[in-house]
Design a binder for this molecule. Structure first.
Ligand SMILES: Nc1ncnc2c1ncn2[C@@H]1O[C@H](COP(=O)(O)OP(=O)(O)OP(=O)(O)O)[C@@H](O)[C@H]1O
Ligand code: SF4
Ligand SMILES: [Mg+2]
Length: 398
C-alpha cells in the first residue's frame, strides 16, 4: 500500500460530524427485455456515499457510469435492489405515504434541463407558490408572496418584482436554473442532488450557478451532491470528489488529494483527458468548462468484465485484475481507492507521467508478437518486453 501525504486538512472539519444523507452498499439492477429475452443491467453496485451538512460532494464519471441512477436512488425515485439509504441515520429506502412526502421535502433533486422541469404555462409566482403550499411552508396570499420574494432574493434574482410575473420562456437558461433552485429551496430541504445542473447552460452563466450552490452550502448549511463528467468543475465546487466507473465507485477523497494525487488509473485517465484540471482556480474561469477529451469505450453493464471493471482499458492490468474485484484501500486519512495496485504494493506506477490508456500491456505485447508477459512481475515487464517494442509501451520505460 502506498502512503500519501495529506496536502490539506479536510476542508470542512465541522461538517464531518454531521452526516445528513448516506448510501450504504447500494445496488441497482434493471431488467431489460428484448426480442431475444431479458437481461440484467448492473447499473450501480456497492455504492457507499456520505453527504455532510455544509459540504459539496462531487460524483464524477463518464456517460453511463451510473451517476443519474445514484441520484434517483437517493431521491427515492427508484427502489434499491440492495443496500440501504439513510437520512440522519434512519433507513428510508422503503418509506411510503406521509414519511415519503416528508423525505421528498428534505431531499431535492435538480435536473440537467431547467426548461423541462418547469411548467411553461405558469408564471414564476405560481411555480414557487405551489411548492410552498404543497409542503405547507406558507399560508395565505400575503405570506406566500413574501416567501416568494425571499426565495428569489436568495437565488440572486433581484429585484424580485422583475421576475415574479415572468414565464419560464422569458428567462435565460441560468435564470431558469435559479428558479429551479428556488423551488427546491421553497420546501426547506437539507440536501440537494444536482444532476449535471450546469451542463445545459451557456458557458458564460455556468460559473454563476456554481457560485450560487457554493453560497447555499456556506450560508445555509445545505448538503450538496454535484454530479458531473467534468473533473475540473468538480474541483472548483466540491470539498470531496467520488469517482464512478461502470456503476461502481473507484476512488474518493478530498478534492485536492484526488486531483493532485489520484490513486486509481481511471482517475488518472479523467485527469489526463481534462485539458487542465487546475483551471478555474487560478483566474482562467471560462476554461473551467472545456469538455473532457475522448475517454474511449466503457464496458457493457449487462456483461461487465470479471474482476476489476476497468481492466480492459487499464495499462497496469495484472492477472488478478481479471479474476477478483479489488477491495477498498485507504491510502491516507479519508482518501481511498479500489485498485489491485495498492494491494500488490505497486501504486508507484500511478505516479508515472504519460500513461497510455486503452491498451493493457498484455494486449500490447501480443500485438507486438511477444509471448505472454509475466503478470506477477509487472515492474519487470520492460525486461520481458526488451528490445524494439518497449518504446511503444511508454509508461513502462525504466
Ligand atoms: N430505467 C433504466 N432501465 C434500464 N437501464 C437503465 C435505466 N436507467 C439507466 N440504465 C442504464 O444504467 C446505466 C447507467 O445509467 P445512468 O443514466 O445512471 O448513467 P450516467 O452516469 O448518469 O450517464 P450520463 O452521463 O450519460 O447521464 C446505463 O447503462 C443505462 O443505460
Ligand atoms: S491495476 Fe488492476 S485493479 Fe487497478 S485499475 Fe487497473 S485493472 Fe483495475
Ligand atoms: Mg446522467
Amino acid at each position: 500500500m502506498t502512503t500519501t501525504t495529506s496536502r490539506t486538512e479536510h476542508p470542512r472539519q465541522d461538517a464531518e460530524r454531521e452526516v445528513v444523507l448516506e448510501a450504504r452498499d447500494v445496488t441497482k439492477h434493471f431488467t431489460v427485455r428484448g426480442s431475444k429475452g431479458s437481461a440484467i443491467v448492473r447499473a450501480v453496485e456497492g455504492i457507499d456515499l456520505e453527504l455532510h451538512r455544509g459540504e459539496i460532494v462531487a460524483m464524477v464519471g463518464e456517460s453511463g457510469s451510473g451517476k443519474t441512477t445514484v441520484a434517483r436512488l437517493l431521491s427515492l425515485y427508484y427502489p434499491t435492489t440492495g443496500g440501504e439509504i439513510l437520512l440522519e441515520g434512519k433507513p428510508v429506502s422503503h418509506v411510503t405515504g406521509r414519511k415519503a412526502l416528508k423525505y421528498y421535502g428534505q431531499v431535492q433533486l435538480l435536473f440537467q434541463d431547467p426548461f423541462a422541469s418547469l411548467n411553461a404555462l405558469k408564471p414564476i409566482r405560481h411555480i414557487l407558490g405551489r411548492a410552498l403550499k404543497i409542503h405547507g411552508k406558507a399560508r395565505g396570499a400575503k405570506q406566500v408572496e413574501e416567501r416568494i420574494h425571499e426565495l428569489l432574493t436568495r437565488v440572486n434574482l433581484t429585484p424580485p418584482e422583475q421576475y415574479i410575473d415572468k414565464y419560464p420562456h422569458e428567462l435565460s437558461g441560468g435564470q431558469r436554473q435559479r428558479i429551479v433552485i428556488a423551488r427546491a429551496l421553497a420546501v426547506e430541504p437539507r440536501v440537494m442532488l444536482g444532476d449535471e445542473p450546469i451542463s445545459m447552460l451557456d458557458v458564460s452563466i455556468r460559473l454563476d450557478v456554481l457560485n450560487l450552490l457554493k453560497k447555499l452550502r456556506d450560508e445555509e448549511g445545505l448538503a450538496l451532491l454535484y454530479i458531473t463528467h467534468d473533473i475540473a468543475s468538480a474541483r472548483y465546487i466540491a470539498d470531496r470528489i467520488n469517482v464512478m466507473y461502470a456503476g461502481q465507485m473507484v476512488e474518493g477523497g478530498s478534492s485536492e488529494e484526488v486531483i493532485h494525487d489520484p490513486q486509481h488509473p481511471y482517475t488518472r485517465l479523467l485527469l489526463d483527458s481534462s485539458p487542465d484540471p487546475g483551471r478555474g482556480l487560478e483566474g482562467d474561469q471560462q476554461s473551467l468548462f472545456d469538455e473532457v477529451g475522448d475517454l474511449g469505450e466503457p464496458p457493457s453493464l449487462i456483461t461487465p468484465p470479471k474482476g476489476c471493471r476497468f481492466n480492459p482499458r487499464c495499462p497496469f492490468a495484472m492477472d488478478i485484475c481479471n479474476e477478483k474485484e479489488p477491495e477498498k484501500v485507504e491510502v491516507s486519512p479519508g482518501h481511498w481507492a479500489k485498485c489491485w495496485l495498492h494491494q500488490e504494493g505497486r501504486a508507484d506506477l500511478l505516479k508515472q507521467r504519460n500513461i497510455q490508456f486503452g491498451v493493457p500491456i498484455e494486449t500490447a505485447a501480443a500485438e507486438a508478437g511477444i509471448d505472454t508477459v509475466n503478470a506477477e512481475d509487472i515492474l519487470d515487464r520492460t525486461v520481458a518486453l526488451e528490445g524494439e517494442t518497449t518504446a511503444d509501451l511508454g509508461p513502462f520505460q525504466p
